[in-house]
Write a protein that binds this ligand. Structure first.
Ligand code: F0G
Length: 456
């Protein structure tokens, strides 16, 4: 059969409130043209993030009822810990309430004021946590990622030459860890190849530097390896994941992504001494080491979700349904980041609205138009988010102006995606009339969350 179906049936539904264009004109104006400031119930299709927004299975909901809420040594903790060890292969598991809490604890014990931490591309919270402890977060994306239109399958890779140069220039003693993010979210949701992971591991280990994986979307990355990297066609995603992590010394994980949970995360390492220090901080900031920042029922849901996410039929459906949207946009001539990533579609807003200069925020303007046209919520990843120079405080265009449409897992069907495609096409047809924006009010840091805009 050629038709790709959602490999699940729907047992419970949430109504979507349908709004008219006139209502949305008023709502987006009240939200100062910032989709973050809308009420979620005023959104028809919510593609703001794939984080914590996925649909859990009947099994996961059932497991939640079994949650053991004992303060110490709960049954749910052991189920969670054993699942994480089985899939990720690390010896020490530290549960946290979400990914950034794992990052905060890891960097609090590893990063100092003269530290430099390389990554293919740091996610905002990873960068912010490194900078909070005085370190410098350096992005080393591969050269192939500069071409938004090529079909190179592993644009999430790290630039290996740049990594070797960074270690030579800074000295291994100033690099407490090397990280790689799978898939590379801030770099367009693109996967990292096993060959690249192997190389990063070899270089880091020969310099005596621990190598960590930011594992949020590890299952999607594993399936990309299976489908696109020679030699892995016959290997299952679980086995590929195990191999990926075998090259690493630890990982941070947000269970809000590739385990379908609404909350949760963890930190892993093979270093018992390091884990001891991390647990001391965990007790102060998150909770006792057998629950971290989570309830027993959350630990259960994550344990179930981590196994479900490695199902190959689910993963094929996931990658193919994102590719379906990207393919239709590309065929319509709409500028979209190629090839399709796993969790999101990235429109190239700078080319989509080529008459709007970067400092009038084409990504933000496109987000506003998609909401007006079809009630779709998306997020700008461009000059609003990254336009302030961290050193000078000056505003300048970001490297790219993208609009991310992140797809929650198992939440929307193909007809929802057809609706999204129609909405984007309608904006594309009237793109010449779209106006840029200016900021009327914004905080100094992380301004994209709360900035207020008006049309120029
Ligand atoms: N690392 C990556 C690659 C992420 O995408 C995120 C979150 C985190 C770490 C932090 O995890 O949210 O559980 O604290 N990304 C979400 C997003 C918020 O929309 O891309 P968290």
């Amino acid at each position: 059969m050629k038709t790709i179906i959602e490999p699940f049936r729907i047992k419970m539904v949430e109504p979507i409130k349908l709004t008219s264009r006139e209502q949305r004109e008023q709502l987006i104006e009240e939200a100062s043209f910032n989709p973050f400031l809308l009420r979620a119930e005023d959104v028809i299709i919510d593609l703001l993030t794939d984080s914590g927004t996925s649909a859990m299975s009947a099994d996961a909901w059932g497991a939640m009822m079994r949650g053991d809420e004992s303060y110490a040594g709960a049954r749910s903790w052991y189920r969670f810990r054993d699942t994480v060890i089985d899939i990720f292969g690390f010896e020490q598991v530290i549960p946290t309430h979400q990914g950034r809490a794992a990052e905060h604890i890891l960097f609090s014990v590893m990063v100092q004021s003269d530290s430099v931490v390389p990554n293919n591309t740091h996610f905002d919270t990873t960068r912010a946590n490194i900078e909070y402890f005085g370190g410098r977060a350096v992005d080393l994306p591969c050269v192939e990622s500069d071409d938004l239109e090529s079909d190179y399958p592993f644009k999430g890779n790290m630039n290996i030459v740049a990594l070797e140069k960074l270690i030579a220039d800074e000295g291994a003693e100033h690099i407490p860890l090397v990280m790689v993010t799978v898939t590379n979210n801030s770099g367009g949701g693109q996967p990292v190849s096993m060959a690249n992971i192997k190389e990063i591991s070899r270089i880091s280990r020969s310099a005596g530097i621990p190598f960590y994986i930011d594992a949020c979307r590890f299952a999607e990355n594993a399936q990309f390896i299976r489908r696109n990297e020679p030699g892995y066609e016959e290997t299952g995603a679980a086995e590929i994941a195990k191999e990926m992590f075998a090259y690493a010394d630890g990982c941070t994980m947000s269970a809000k992504k590739d385990s379908f949970a609404n909350i949760g995360g963890f930190l892993c390492t093979n270093d018992a001494e390091l884990a001891h220090k991390e647990r001391n901080i965990l007790i102060m900031t998150e909770g006792f080491p057998t629950y971290g920042g989570l309830a027993g029922r959350d630990l259960e849901a994550i344990a179930v979700g981590l196994r479900e996410v490695l199902d190959e039929h689910y993963l094929d459906y996931r990658l193919l349904s994102t590719r379906y949207v990207v393919r239709h946009l590309h065929e319509a001539g709409i500028p979209v980041l190629m090839p399709a990533g796993g969790h999101a579609v990235y429109l190239d807003a700078r080319r989509f609205l080529s008459h709007i200069e970067p400092l009038q925020y084409p990504g933000q303007a496109l987000a506003v138009e998609l909401y007006l046209e079809a009630g779709i919520r998306s997020v700008e990843i461009g000059t609003v988010m990254f336009g302030i120079d961290a050193h000078t405080g000056e505003e300048r265009p970001a490297r790219l102006d993208l609009l991310r449409l992140a797809i929650p897992r198992r939440v929307y069907t193909q007809s929802h995606m057809d609706y999204v495609l129609e909405g984007i096409n309608l904006v594309w047809e009237r793109r010449a009339d779209v106006r840029g924006l200016r900021i009327v009010e914004a905080p100094k840091f992380l301004r994209h969350f709360t900035a207020k805009f008006e049309h120029v």
